[in-house]
Write a protein that binds this ligand. Structure first.
Ligand code: C2E
Ligand code: CA
Ligand code: CA
Length: 413
């Protein structure tokens, strides 16, 4: 019998097991469901296959060779037998690990892999001795197009990606502005810039429908840079049209994607963009999420510190939805805490949400951070927030995000 797997630690938290087989022992058989691929560490492995009533040897594998990978990748049954020729030691790679890696890879690369795999199996089913003399335990018989769904999804993503690239060139992006109100004075304190795609011949598209894709492909970097530059230019427009109601002049918040931290010269680029538009960095708030900080811990800390040194303010967005580790609040240079709307919407009906909001307000206050409650939709929520000391609110109660002209019309002189 094969020994129980002995786990050895692989890279990046994976676990790879070492298994030992005795001479003549079967490793897997035709028809088995394959959840494992193997790399031979010691000994030889013979792959055989039934051809009619005969058993034919299709390969004799030596240390360093890989087998069992096809069933692992495409989840189809084994169509070869693998047997230990002598005492064999194998390193195993399990399906969960490979699936995770495939899910993380570029969808086009994953699709290519599936298409090649299906074609290879198709070829094997026609000629079991084909394919460069080395045949894996590939699936014989009818090959269905198991990648048809992937193909539709990938094609759709590629279409959106190409349309997004074009949208940058043809200025189809716009920023809508949503007011942030001072709950104590009732005056306008600032606004958040929210990206919209005014796609030709289509309705205005929300960021939820294209930002995740743009983050995957990296296109969010030039899009985010455009948004930042536009905010800097729009500040000057606001100065001409909107009075400084809340004592200090209006500020604008802009969302930053984690991908943008991968741009080594992000800080200098933002500095130049602000300078070119004559915008005061003190009136620009950069909104980051916890996920963004977790994904880029070192770069993010350094860049946020540098941005702050230049005078920009940093806001922690959607607070309470991520890992909500309070350690971020003192580790990172945060000026503003934005309480996620899932808490705001619960304060009237759910005592726990109300307590969390009160605790966050008290904590932010003691750390010297301003607090903005997101998603305020009811005047009673606004009143409650004001009573517990939350100074700022944002939400449909005050206004949805508006095109800049509509925003100025509403809040301008
Ligand atoms: P976010 O940064 O949390 O922005 C707030 C979202 O909540 C906006 O959705 C806003 O329209 C919506 N909202 C505001 N008040 C209410 C309310 O009272 N109730 C409800 N249900 N929703 C409210 P939007 O504009 O669709 O943006 C969605 C997300 O897309 C943003 O969430 C942000 O994560 C991302 N996003 C938007 N613009 C940009 C951008 O320029 N760059 C990047 N990287 N992401 C952006
Ligand atoms: Ca935001
Ligand atoms: Ca938010």
């Amino acid at each position: 019998m094969a020994q129980q797997p002995e786990y050895v630690s692989g890279g990046r938290g994976t676990r790879r097991a070492r298994r030992v087989y005795e001479r003549g022992e079967r490793i897997f058989s035709e028809g088995d469901w394959g959840g494992t691929a193997y790399i031979i560490q010691r000994g030889q492995v013979e792959l055989t296959r039934s051809v009619g009533t005969e058993i034919a040897r299709i390969a004799l594998l030596d240390p360093g060779e890989l087998f069992g990978e096809m069933a692992l990748v495409d989840g189809r049954p084994r169509t070869a037998n693998a047997t230990a020729v002598d005492a064999v030691e194998l390193l195993t790679i399990d399906r969960a690990y490979v699936e995770k890696k495939i899910a993380e890879t570029d969808s086009l690369v994953a699709l290519f892999m599936r298409v090649i795999m299906a074609r290879f199996r198709d070829q094997l089913s026609r000629n079991p001795y084909s394919a460069s003399g080395r045949v894996d335990e590939g699936g014989a018989g009818h090959v269905e197009l198991s990648y048809a769904d992937d193909l539709v999804r990938t094609t759709r993503r590629m279409e959106i990606d190409s349309a997004l690239r074009q949208a940058l060139d043809t200025s189809e992006f716009a920023l809508f502005y949503q007011p942030i109100m001072n709950l104590h004075t009732g005056g306008l304190a600032g606004c958040e810039a929210l990206l919209r795609w005014r796609r030709r011949g289509a309705e205005v598209t929300s960021p939820d429908q294209f930002v995740p894709l743009a983050e995957d492909t990296g296109l969010i970097v030039p899009i985010g840079e455009w948004a930042f530059g536009q905010v800097c230019r729009d500040l000057e427009v606001f100065d001409r049209t909107i009075p400084a109601l809340d004592k200090s002049p209006l500020y604008v918040s802009v969302n930053l994607s984690g991908r943008q931290f991968q741009q080594a010269d992000l800080v200098q680029r933002f500095q130049l963009l602000a300078a070119a538009a004559g915008a005061d960095p003190g009136r620009i708030r950069i909104e980051v999420t916890e996920t963004l900080l977790i994904d880029n811990p070192t770069d993010a800390k350094r860049m946020l510190k540098d941005l702050r040194t230049l005078g920009f303010k940093i806001a922690m967005d959607d607070f309470g939805t991520g890992y909500s580790s309070f350690s971020y609040l003192h580790q990172y240079p945060i000026d503003v805490l934005k309480i996620d709307r899932s808490f705001t919407s619960g304060i009237l009906s759910d005592a726990r949400s109300a307590s969390i909001v009160r605790a966050l307000v008290a904590m932010a206050d003691s750390l010297g951070m301003a607090v903005i409650a997101e998603g305020v939709t009811d005047p009673r929520e606004s009143e409650y927030l004001r009573r517990v000391g939350c100074q700022y609110g944002q939400g449909y109660l005050f206004s949805p995000p508006l095109p800049i002209d509509a925003f100025i019309e509403r809040y301008g002189i």
